[in-house]
Design a protein around this ligand. Structure first.
Ligand code: PLP
Length: 379
């Protein structure tokens, strides 16, 4: 099956009871047994639920993986990956990552004796200098949030395989429509399905996909033992979202491109960060590992003018000032005071998150309205 067919049919079976085309929402905690242990594969909904199972199969299918797992949020999915580790283990993470991931690593797992190195990964050789016998996991996010840097997944996977280290890729920004990390050698793909997979800003959800059976079994064990699962109603909504992922992503990419070019020539704007520009430092890698360049971009105001940045996000009318991304509606954000405020200012600025930086999640509205909105907000 090709991708556009998979998003609709991948991993799905018609309902055996009545032939329902959409998976029923099995809003139940438990399942009747005919004799102790005599059940149809479902005992208790933390462990298994048919609606969640349909979603987990869809996750696996669209990422070209074998095993999918759904969680109550993206961070719950990352939390489950971190629980593969033990005190003394070390993780090498990109230094330009989602603020909540950074907070989970430094404020929770560091206290459990796991050591994190935050490394600039655009140059893959930087990673190798941090590898030692305790290194168990490399954590990659690409494109990075919010600077839109691109990390070469295949090059990192060659390194991780050489040293027998797990490679996990947060694929939230790209989605499997644009990039399939398992195909590029990653061991774990992680999603905040809250974003593009759900796609309608109405569900918080996380996902993991892996190919290795032993790794999948460990993660299923953690999912059940720690219990950060999602409910059947939310599973249904994300399944529905995934069915239009390809058409939404196509429009996100088209609109994102038009806005990137509009901003690039605007006099009040200093830099535009979008991997589709030929002068983007990692454009060649983006072009080789991604199908297109997505709907996320960020920019800075000339003179790093903080006041002008705040005014701009306040003045936008079609773009809503809000956290999150990846929904059908356009959103704008001010990373330094919103999504990335949990990262200390000095650390933030080292990675380019200056006070005039604005991030856009370009939606699928009419692009003329989006450009007119940016035009009026900047003037
Ligand atoms: C939102 C996000 C997360 C966290 O996901 P939640 O669903 O909010 O818990 C992780 N990584 C990236 C890149 C994100 O954008």
């Amino acid at each position: 099956m090709k991708f556009n067919t998979k998003v609709i049919h991948g991993g799905q079976e018609h309902d055996l009871a009545y032939g329902a085309v959409m998976p029923p929402i099995y809003q139940t905690t438990t399942y009747a047994q005919t004799t102790p242990g005599g059940h149809k594969g479902y005992e208790y909904s933390r462990t298994h639920n048919p609606t969640r199972h349909a979603l987990e199969s869809a996750f696996a299918s669209i990422e070209n993986g074998k095993y999918g797992l759904a969680f109550g949020s993206g961070l719950a999915a990352i939390d489950a990956v971190m629980k593969l580790l033990k005190p003394g283990d070390e993780v090498i993470s990109t230094n330009n990552l989602y603020g909540g991931s950074y907070r989970l690593f430094t404020k929770i797992f560091q206290d459990f004796g796991i050591k994190f190195h935050f490394v600039e990964m655009e140059n893959v050789s930087h990673i190798e200098t941090y590898i030692n016998d305790n290194t168990k996991l490399i954590w990659v996010e690409t494109p990075t949030n919010p600077m839109m840097n691109i990390i070469d997944i295949q090059a990192v996977s060659i390194l991780s395989k050489k040293h027998h280290i797990l490679l996990a890729v947060d694929n939230t920004f790209a989605t499997p429509y644009l990039q399939q990390p398992l195909e590029l050698g990653a061991d774990i793909v992680m999603h905040s399905a809250t974003k593009y997979l759900g796609g309608h800003s109405d569900v918080v959800m996380g996902g993991l996909v892996v190919n290795d059976k032993a790794l999948a079994d460990k993660l299923y064990f953690i999912q059940n033992a720690s219990g950060a699962i999602c409910g059947p109603q939310d599973s249904f909504l994300v399944l529905r979202g995934i069915k239009t992922l390809h058409v939404r992503m196509q429009r996100h990419c088209e609109n994102g491109k038009a806005i990137a070019y509009f901003l690039k020539t605007h006099p009040k704007i200093d830099k535009v960060f979008w991997p589709g520009f030929e002068d983007h430092p990692n454009h060649a890698i983006a072009k080789s590992q991604m199908k297109d360049f997505g709907g996320m971009l960020s920019f800075t105001i000339t003179g790093n003018d903080y006041k002008q940045a705040i005014k701009t996000v306040e003045n936008l009318k079609v773009f809503t000032l809000a956290e999150s991304l990846g929904g059908v509606e356009s959103l704008c954000g001010h990373p330094a005071s919103m999504t990335h405020s949990s990262i200390p200012k000095s650390e933030r600025e080292k990675i380019g998150i200056v006070d005039s930086l604005i991030r856009l999640s370009v939606g699928i509205e009419d692009v003329d309205d989006l450009i007119a909105d940016l035009q009026q907000a900047l003037s």
